[in-house]
Design a binder for this molecule. Structure first.
Ligand code: PEP
Ligand code: MN
Length: 362
């Protein structure tokens, strides 16, 4: 895939870093959209957003004003000289948005989960030159996210970016949607050159967490931020708890530290090189240790086979798990990490033993 970066999308955007997308969760009235956007233009926003059709979890919630809101956001764009973006979830939305000369489209998390819907949007965009931003699917499924991006790309849309808005998981966390940073990082590794914008508003679900998530996104070298703003957030018809006023956005943006990607300082590079060598050495040792451990597992497998003994002994596994978890705790390793690591090692050890058991001859 050869996706075009945001700066090649041909938009007249703010030169300030980072690329900032902002505007209300939902367009509610013409005045609300125009008032929010007029303020945002002063605060370095590059692209104005507003939800026109709102996918809601339960019926009988506010489902957006529909196509009549399109001229409001377009007017906001004309007044401020900024490009505008709306969410589309089906072909009729695309048609209405294109008729209203919307500059950029985005696909929401509830749409990305559905390949039929994504394909319908992709087909309706064949032959159209418009940038599209694709939010991650609600579930933590990287392949589904990549699949949606591919569907758009194959329909000829090369001005593409991804939006990381967090994932719905069953365990309770302070976030509305778990960030699971490793997923967008893996996306960037898999699709070279694809830019990813972080949406702290939908990750956090509440204002107090926005700053930390936005700062982390910048530190992880994300390519932009999407933050919802409302002229009167407490009265917003959707996502009231996570929206900030345009002034609040300004304060938030001012509080963020934009670090450099690199430096010419030779002292920094010398020290970093030294530390990286230590990491390289440690990784080599870890891999060597794991190889030795797997060889011993195979040896145990052979020994059990000769003696006609079953592979899994739950008592032993319980003991291993409990003792290693407490050693990990002592060593300040997080519980999640230690748990994942032990499970992975144990799974591989069982695999080794099974391989040996299934050999005809030892
Ligand atoms: C939104 O951006 O307002 C929205 C509906 O987001 P998501 O698709 O991430 O839930
Ligand atoms: Mn929202």
């Amino acid at each position: 895939m050869n996706v075009l970066r945001i700066k090649s999308w041909g938009l007249t955007i703010n030169k300030e870093e980072p690329f900032l997308v902002s505007g209300p969760c939902s367009a509610e009235t013409r005045t609300q959209v125009l008032d929010s956007c007029r303020h945002l233009a002063k605060y370095g926003v590059s692209l104005l957003r507003a939800g026109i059709w709102k996918p809601r979890t339960r019926p009988n919630s506010f489902e957006g004003v529909g196509a009549k809101g399109l001229p409001w956001i377009k007017e906001a764009g004309e007044i401020t000289g900024l490009p505008v973006t709306v969410e589309v979830a089906k072909a009729s939305h695309v048609e209405a948005a294109l008729n209203a000369n919307i500059d950029v489209l985005w696909i929401g998390a509830r749409t990305t989960v559905n390949p039929f819907a994504v394909q319908e949007i992709a087909d309706s965009l064949r032959g159209v030159d418009i940038p599209v931003m694709i939010k991650n699917p609600v579930s933590p499924d990287l392949e589904l996210w990549i699949g949606a991006i591919e569907r758009l790309y194959l329909a000829g849309i090369h001005k593409l970016a991804a939006i990381h808005r967090g994932f719905s998981v069953s365990k309770s966390t302070p976030y509305r949607n778990q960030p699971k940073w490793e997923i967008p990082i893996e996306l960037r590794r898999r699709i070279f050159g694809l830019e990813v914008i972080c949406d702290p508003s939908h990750i956090c679900g509440k204002r107090s967490l926005l700053q930390g998530v936005a700062q982390k996104a910048l530190d992880l070298n994300f390519d932009g931020l999407m933050l919802e703003t409302h002229i009167n957030p407490d009265k917003a018809l959707s996502d009231a708890l996570q929206q900030v006023t345009p002034e609040g956005l300004n304060v938030l943006m001012d509080s963020l530290v934009i670090r450099e990607m690199t430096t010419d300082d030779p002292e920094y590079w010398n020290k970093l090189e030294e530390l990286r060598q230590v990491i390289d050495q440690l990784d080599a040792e870890i891999i060597e240790l794991l190889r030795n451990r797997m060889e011993v597992a195979s040896e145990i497998g052979r020994y059990k086979k000769i003696n006609n003994i079953k592979i899994l002994d739950m008592e032993r596994w319980r003991h291993i798990f409990a003792t290693r978890m407490s050693m990990s705790k002592e060593a300040n390793l997080s519980e999640d990490f230690a748990n994942g690591l032990l499970q992975a090692i144990h799974k591989e050890s069982i695999k080794k033993q099974t391989e040996v058991m299934n050999l005809k001859d030892l």
